[in-house]
Design a protein around this ligand. Structure first.
Ligand SMILES: Nc1ncnc2c1ncn2[C@@H]1O[C@H](COP(=O)(O)OP(=O)(O)O)[C@@H](O)[C@H]1O
Ligand SMILES: [Mg+2]
Length: 251
């Protein structure tokens, strides 16, 4: 068996220890240690309510952890301290139920760049639309799109910003197999072409297997297992991971 290469700090983009998130009286996330590497596709799986979306909101600096240490590129960000805007802008999230503006596809993809004060963005917008296969849809009104097309617009809206980290929350939930395939191909391409670090929440373990370099399993707010994809599926160290992967878990 090959021994794992030690990961240097340089290669880490996130490092968290003793990370908790408490809502009211409920501890919804309680993670002893988590490391996410630069340029990887890191999948987070687990049943509904496990805390997956909560984790993404922390990684997106949208919410603060209740406690714990939280580092981005080796710099620790403490609760109560303002996160610099330049840092926040390096991380982009596609939400589980993304809301598009009630305007054209083009306007939706331009919007984020406009907010950042970029006026001359036609080329980037066109490139992003080409990347998601919607170059012919620029003038179409967002409300007339199919579910799969709308999800691809929300991806274009994120990738046009060229983030270093792209967080995806259930990017293919409720989509047909054709659009699932398209979106998975887009995710792979973004990762390969731009070395974008991807953290992807999915309850579809097969999707994690197809795309991820490493997979994490979250159950009731706890990180049960993190492993290279092969090992995660073939020889997980926690029996609960095996049960979840086989679909045996009752929840
Ligand atoms: N803003 C909030 N206030 C209170 N409880 C919340 C809030 N957000 C999430 N929760 C609770 O935290 C738990 C984890 O939620 P979530 O991270 O959305 O799970 P998942 O994405 O894995 O389905 C759930 O029980 C949910 O009800
Ligand atoms: Mg969720």
């Amino acid at each position: 068996m090959k021994t794992a290469m030690p990961v240097t700090d340089q290669e880490l983009i996130y490092r968290a220890a003793g990370l908790t998130k408490v809502y009211g009286e409920r501890v919804v996330l309680d993670i002893d240690a988590l490391e996410i590497r630069r340029g990887e596709i890191f999948a987070v799986v687990g049943p509904s309510g496990a805390g997956k979306s909560t984790l993404l909101r922390l990684l997106n600096f949208l919410e603060e952890p209740t406690s714990g240490s939280f580092e981005f590129e080796g710099v620790e960000y403490q609760t109560g301290v303002n996160i610099p805007l330049e840092l926040k802008r390096r991380v982009t999230m596609v939400f589980q139920r993304p809301l598009l503006l009630n305007r054209s596809v083009w306007d939706n993809v331009t919007y984020g760049l406009r907010l950042r004060g970029e006026k001359d963005s036609n080329k980037q917008v066109m490139e992003a639309l080409e990347e998601v296969g919607l170059a012919q849809f620029t003038k179409q009104q967002a409300r007339t799109l199919s579910g799969g097309e709308a999800q691809r617009v929300s991806l274009a809206r994120a990738i046009v910003l060229r983030p270093d980290v792209l967080l995806l929350d259930e990017p293919t939930a409720n989509l047909d197999p054709y659009n699932v395939g398209l979106i998975e191909a887009i995710i792979k391409r973004i990762n390969e072409q731009y070395q974008t670090t991807l953290v992807m929440v999915t309850h579809n373990v097969f999707q994690a297997k197809r795309l991820a370099s490493r997979v994490a399993f979250i159950l009731e707010g706890k990180l049960i297992e993190v492993a290279e994809t092969g090992r995660f599926f073939d020889s997980p160290s926690d029996p609960r991971t095996g049960a979840f992967v086989r679909g045996d878990m009752v929840y």
